[in-house]
Design a protein around this ligand. Sequence first.
Ligand code: GLY
Length: 382
Amino acid sequence: MSANEPEPDSRAQSLEMVHVALGARSYDIIVGSGVLAEAGDHIAPLLGQRHTILVSDHNMAPLYQDRVVESLGRHGVACDSITLPAGEGSKSFSQLEELLERLLAGRAERGTVILALGGGVIGDLAGFAASVLLRGVAVIQLPTSLLAQIDSSVGGKTGINSRHGKNLIGSFHQPRLVLVDTAALDSLAPRQLAAGYAEMVKYGLIDDEDFFAWLEANGADMLAGDAAARRYAIAHCCRAKARIVAEDERENGRRALLNLGHTFAHALEAECGYGAALLHGEAVSIGMVLAFRLSHRLGLCAEADGERVSSHLAALGLPTGAAQLPPAARRTEALLRHMSHDKKMQDGRLRMILARGIGAAFIAEDVGEADIGAVLDAFMAS
Ligand code: GLY
């Protein structure tokens, strides 16, 4: 061992382990700086067949693929690779077909493990492909965006988009392992990092006011690159998600809390075309502000709670006001139409996540459209 290499014990101490307890589908999440370069140490012990196929995109493959393949090679594990176009457009039937055919051409067998290296798009697409390939093969998630590291890579939701909406075609397919390399966040554009941060704030708002206060004090340093703060915050979010998923894997109840701000966000995204005009996390930021305003209008929480949420999100560079939305996304009628589409999907009842305060979110049934409309009108006029 060279003088610069950490002792095995000290390396273990610089990793955070989170367990997702789902019986036979249980798995670990390993969080630490540099874990992609030691992927083989963590992956090889889980393999039956020593053949893996790494699925990535044209942005992430050049940055991280070699270190994963080399690390697996040191353990005698073969790793082929498939690289797809980056961006939400890859969550499509055509890219799913392309990926499945390439996996089969690459001699995938039931024992082959798929490695999903990238952000939420690659995780969702490769996870879904793994769930249907040969009636299901294992997937290991190697998330590189903040959003994927704290949310989409954990919990087994996989899927693609339909022309009827996002994520409408998919499956629950839990990964065998999630390796979260916090150093991968250094390659993200600040706007992407901030967008992922909205989902981090969400965990504080759902049921953890102390974590929200921690983010108020430390969130900026964490985003700026403080490695210990990143590891702590990401593992904290993964632990929160692991708890919720262990309780309600298939979203029959409590897991819906993870959709705080998302009913508004999905409507805003639909109006903006799911692209660079408004990133998902940016829509979630505004969605959470609106959820608190609606909660206040319904007499559930103090106005000051919403103001505290809004000022923290704004301080960390996230949009919180109508002026930051493209004009197309400021029309209450159109937004309500998208939201009532959600309503149909919930047996005719509009179910939303509201809050009795910071850290006190709950699932509200039968939220009135008139109240939502009034909140949207006031927000768009402000
Ligand atoms: N991203 C929400 C969930 O996994 O349930």
